[in-house]
Design a protein around this ligand. Sequence first.
Ligand SMILES: [Zn+2]
Length: 618
Amino acid sequence: MRIHSSLAIVLLASLAAAQSSIHERLRVDASDAPRNILHSTVTIPVASGAVTLVYPKWIPGNHRPTGPIQNVTGLHIRAGTQELEWQRDLVDMWAFHLQVPKGVSELEVSFDTLTYNGKSSAASSKVLDLNWNQVVMYPQGTPSDSVQVSASITLPKGWKFGTALTPARQSDSSTDFQPVSLTRLVDSPLIAGAIYRQVQLSKAGETLNVMDMVAESEAALQMSDKDLASYKQLVAETEKLFGAHHFEKYHFLLTLSDQTAHGGLEHHESSDNRTAEDTLSDPNWHNLEADLLPHEFVHSWNGKYRRPAGLATPNYQEPMKGDLLWVYEGLTDYLGDILSARSGLRSPEQWRENAAYTAAMLDHRAGRTWRPLQDTATSVQILFTAPPEWTNWRRSADYYPEGFLIWLEVDTMIRRQSNGQKSLNDFCRLFFGGKDSPPAVAPYKFEDVVSALNQVVPYNWAGMLRERLDSKSPHAPLGGIENGGWKLVYNTQKNTTMEAREKTGESLDLSFSLGIIITKEGTISDAIPDSPAYAAGIGPGMKLIAVNGRKYSKDLIRTALREAAGGSQPVSFLVEHAEYYETYKVDYHGGERYPHLVRNESQPDILQEVIKPIASAQ
Ligand SMILES: [Zn+2]
């Protein structure tokens, strides 16, 4: 491999077996999954005396203590027919202490995991998204590589499943999987459903790459020929970008449902992608989610194989450090986005509109004057539990979208300094490629990133990156767009990414005019400090009742903005604020404003080069 030889490369597949000190059996009865209750039985070898069992707390890819211990119920621990008493640790809620009687060498731990969470549940009547960390326990202090698990699952009758795990035996509704380390089990989620389809994305003779889909309806699984071609191209483009892969096979797991949680979670040999039921057919959902599978696929290299040292923990109880998430997530955001264009999932115009929205959103983040980007990564543990109100002033997980801007800047700088001979593609091959291998973890530090960049093109990368990470400038780093031969501008024409967000029902985003975001119920979810609406006294939590004396609607507020443009009359807002009705006069005359990128014809179009396919057509 061309990466630093001093790094400890841990080949999970080979070492896990060698280090194996205990072997658990895990039976998951998911036949009740539609009611969002999973029944687990774990058989754990133990010695007599004091024993502490733990439930996974720090979840890979979440980077924080999200193991849903509050949903563990019906816990019983038995030695044969004898029920043992357990005590939860007074400080660590994920740990259970007990005394194992003499002569007992094995415990049977049974419990239920409740996965109901409204429209963010793990299951519906038709689909299940199973993350094994939610249904397992293991002895405290044991590395997850040292626990072998023979897992089995029982599903509702007739359901089919997709997973990177290898079935050993299958009967009726139950499947036994080949034993794997706890690391690999937790890294291999399973999706299941009454309506299932698998499509192959790799060619014969190549490493197997498939997409497993479950959905609420047959119609949701109908993928266009164009999309199928784009997903095949995505695999080819990503393989070409990195030059080698670190999995034995890869499964894109895709759940299309409005009844279960949306989002994505990365793994070595699979990704768990959950989107709206209509994602494959609705053009707005399609546009918004076009980078989801590319993003999660990139993580197999950036995040799973190469992992920040602070996130490469020996088991799920060890705290994680998120300071390098601007590489783990930020670079993945950038690469996932450009792969959405290289593979044809987004048009170049859609890609630029998305980039314009990202740049404008970050350029209007008031919180950047107190909170440097670095702190958004460092404080990952607390950012996701914050409410949406005051996001602009608090900042959010900005290391994702601002990572896009920073890595675009790095990419365009390499291209300019090497006269187009080198690009971030070279860094990707150097840092993430090497030779094909099974799942492995190669930890890195800030200095390793800088050193690899310097091998591509020598420059003061450490200084440049630290400046971007530690800056308290009110403005976002737009150097990548400018180096790329484009400019960020605002006009009255709607931005297609923002329009897609609005049409899919999320919100009305007037960040770049009034300085507020409004939910579909008419409530202000955020206000930008010092924006016109904020200056008039409007803030998050207030509900719009009327605009210029007439009942609030999205159309009405747009009309009011157009009518006030260039004039001198303020726009009048009647808002409900807790139990009071109040009127605010907003002195704003700039009309509707939406961000776009326009060409700077005096510079070459490097952005076009960035999103140009690099693999041959599939
Ligand atoms: Zn990610």
